[in-house]
Design a protein around this ligand. Structure first.
Ligand SMILES: *Cc1c(COP(=O)(O)O)cnc(C)c1O
Length: 364
């Protein structure tokens, strides 16, 4: 298959799909990432043959060799996106070309094959079209179908080298609000013993290994009564980078917003980029620069820093109430900016306002 031809996915419908009642029950009460739709996408890759056999097939276990390299050396990447049902019943996703580009960048960093953009986009469309009854209606609230494209190295080989076989897949899970508390502020633990990413490492790639490496810090945060962990730069332990899976914004009393600049160790969030644009359109000055942990503490204590919020596809925007560290904490007073930006973004995603940016991409 070449990048020029429009890929066609074979449809292998499962004989035993969930009943309409089961789907309705799940959509009325979706947990995050716990239940999956009837089908999944699978595309195989080999060094000799390239991408082959694109199909939408029954959701179910993979058969993999125990020696498949993903199990040993973590050669894996993923993406996270959502499908939204608009009021007229049509189904859309948000800026998928950005995810396709990032997936290709992640693939290069992890020495996996690049998936052609057309194949990425068509895989989402084919799966959502077949499983469209799993995309919840927005009358149910902040609901969507979460899409999880991912790629793993499947070659049976314990030699340490890029695998000659890989598998691309997409699974989908009905999603309600990521944090059931909605806009309830979360507490953030400052990680001082662990870093997420170092220069030259994999911080800008969306790979499972980054998440595995963040879990011990996350557990420490939970032990300290926090929901999420903020990581600092690996060299000076001074510059605020991001949370384990969300980018950070700092909003000042005068309306200025600061977000850590893309330093080579921060994951470039699609939500981050979109919020920078939306905030500027609303008249905020948005500055991308290095932002120190001392600034965060001092400006929150003085009251100049009124809001801190984290953002990502799954949780959209979450306000940070308190930053805690060993021996101290500081709280933000809170304000309207996070909520305003959140509503502006959700209105576009759910088709409640005109999409003046051309960000929405119709799937069904
Ligand atoms: C996925 C991710 C984000 C958020 O990216 P979005 O494209 O906005 O969903 C932020 N940080 C990390 C480390 C991530 O993996």
């Amino acid at each position: 298959m070449t990048t020029e031809t429009t890929p066609t996915f074979a449809l292998e419908q499962r004989p035993d799909p969930a009943s309409d009642e089961q789907v309705a029950e799940l959509l009325a009460n979706p947990a995050f990432g716990a239940k999956f739709t009837d089908h999944m996408v699978v595309v195989d890759w080999s060094k000799e043959g390239g991408w082959a056999d694109p199909r939408v097939t029954a959701y179910g276990p993979f058969q993999l060799e125990p020696a498949a390299s993903v199990f040993h050396y973590g050669q894996e990447i993923f993406e996270g996106m959502k499908a939204y049902r608009h009021a007229d019943g049509s189904i859309w996703t948000f800026r998928p070309e950005q995810n396709a580009d990032r997936f290709a960048r992640s693939a290069r960093r992890l020495a996996l094959p690049e998936l052609p953009k057309g194949l990425f986009l068509e895989s989402l469309r084919a799966l959502v079209e077949l499983d469209q009854r799993w995309v919840p209606d927005q009358s149910l609230g902040e609901v969507s179908l979460y899409l999880r494209p991912f790629m793993i190295a499947t070659e049976q080989a314990l030699g340490v080298r890029p695998a000659n076989r890989a598998l691309y897949s997409v699974i989908a899970s009905p999603a309600g609000a990521y944090f059931p508390g909605g806009l309830k502020p979360v507490n953030i633990w400052l990680s001082e013993d662990f870093v997420r990413a170092a220069p030259g490492g994999t911080g800008t790639a969306k790979c499972g290994g980054n998440y595995a490496a963040s879990l011990a810090a996350q557990a420490e945060g939970i032990d300290n009564g926090c929901d999420q962990v903020a990581f600092l730069d690996a060299i000076e332990q001074k510059w605020v980078e991001e949370l384990g899976g969300m980018n950070l914004f700092f909003a000042y009393r005068d309306g200025t917003i600061v977000t850590p600049e893309l330093s080579g160790t921060i994951l470039e969030g699609v939500t981050r980029g979109s919020l920078i644009e939306l905030a500027r359109e609303k008249g905020h000055e948005v500055i991308e620069r290095k932002y120190s942990i001392d600034e965060w503490r001092a400006d929150a204590a003085s009251g100049d820093l009124v809001e801190v919020f984290a953002c990502g596809t799954a949780a959209v925007i979450v306000p940070v109430g308190t930053l805690k560290w060993r021996g101290g904490e500081v709280s933000m007073t809170g304000g309207d900016i996070a909520g305003d930006l959140r509503n502006a973004l959700l209105d576009i995603q759910y088709g409640r306002v005109e999409d003046t940016h051309g960000w929405m991409h119709q799937l069904v």
